[in-house]
Design a protein around this ligand. Structure first.
Ligand code: FE2
Length: 294
């Protein structure tokens, strides 16, 4: 009788343990699947930018914005991300830095993306802080130039369409500066040398850092593309992003469009990760901006 009681008790304990293990496994599978989805499934965000300075012939001009790839792979030879870009029929692709990552630097993975993307349309590129921190930028920049990418290191260029033009400016990430001035000062100096307040051409700026919006507005840039904040890494309702480099906790500029005086700034949540390895409620993002004259 007593033996039967203990056998039954043991059976109940084993059954309970099995149930606990099954629940634990289900939770692990759910969390793993959720994190894989959150970190690998790309979202396409479409934004319309209107401005009186945009020439008529640039109405409908499609710009794909890529930022902070951080050596991440999206399919074999980056086929997943490239397929998504092709679908958007871009006129140009803008890359705003951190194509490589300082902790897992792999130029090959970065170039797989570039070799595919350059067959879609022209690419304009600026550095992020990770290009400097990786220590391999000179090799990367040479490969980018050889592939046909327009590398803007504190430089500008013009896009012409039916005798109308817009300007594309690019500043190098302030991490490249060897002096002790602030990031804002370094970028401000670069922009001063690239802009002329008497010139009314629509100006697009590529700059990795969104926290320098005041500097962009001061230099009368019309439209800025930036990244760096990784969407605040973890996003919560109402609160938004939780942290980002150079902005700290509860960062102000993490995703979407921000306005300051006559400047509009598009901030990409980016595609890859760096020191913090996960994105939560913050899937990798491709931005598609369509221009139109007001
Ligand atoms: Fe980054």
């Amino acid at each position: 009788m007593l033996r039967n009681f203990f056998e039954k008790k043991d059976f109940m304990i084993i059954k309970k343990r099995k149930k606990m293990i099954a629940i634990l496994l289900a939770i692990i599978v759910f969390i793993t699947t959720f994190l894989l989805w959150q970190n690998n499934s790309i979202v396409v965000t479409r934004i319309n930018i209107t401005n009186v300075k945009i020439p008529d012939v640039f109405t409908g001009y499609n710009i794909v914005h890529i930022s902070d790839l951080h050596n991440k792979k999206f399919g074999k030879n980056q086929s997943v991300i490239l397929r998504k870009i092709v679908k958007e029929k871009p006129d140009i692709i803008l890359i705003t830095g951190d194509l490589i990552d300082k902790n897992k630097t792999d130029i090959g993975v970065a170039m797989e993306f570039i070799y595919g993307a350059i067959n879609i349309c022209p690419i304009y590129y600026v550095t992020g802080n990770h290009e400097k921190l990786s220590g391999v930028y000179s090799t990367l920049s040479q490969l980018l130039i050889n592939a046909g990418v327009i590398v803007l290191e504190n430089a500008k260029t013009v896009i012409e369409k039916e005798q109308q033009k817009i300007e594309i400016l690019g500043v190098q990430d302030p991490q490249f500066s060897t002096n002790s001035y602030s990031d804002a000062f370094v970028v401000d100096e670069s922009l001063k040398s690239l802009t002329d307040s008497n010139d009314n051409t629509f100006k697009i700026l590529l700059s990795h850092r969104p926290e320098l919006i005041e500097t962009y507005a001061k230099n009368e840039i019309d439209l800025v593309f930036s990244g760096h904040a990784h969407g605040g890494q973890i996003r919560l309702p109402i609160i938004g992003g939780l942290f980002s480099p150079n902005q700290g906790i509860f960062p102000e500029y993490t995703k979407g469009v921000y306005y300051k005086e006559n400047t509009s700034m598009v901030v990409s949540r980016g595609l890859g990760n760096s020191i913090f390895p996960f994105r939560i409620f913050n899937r990798p993002e491709i931005i598609v901006v369509t221009l139109s004259k007001t």
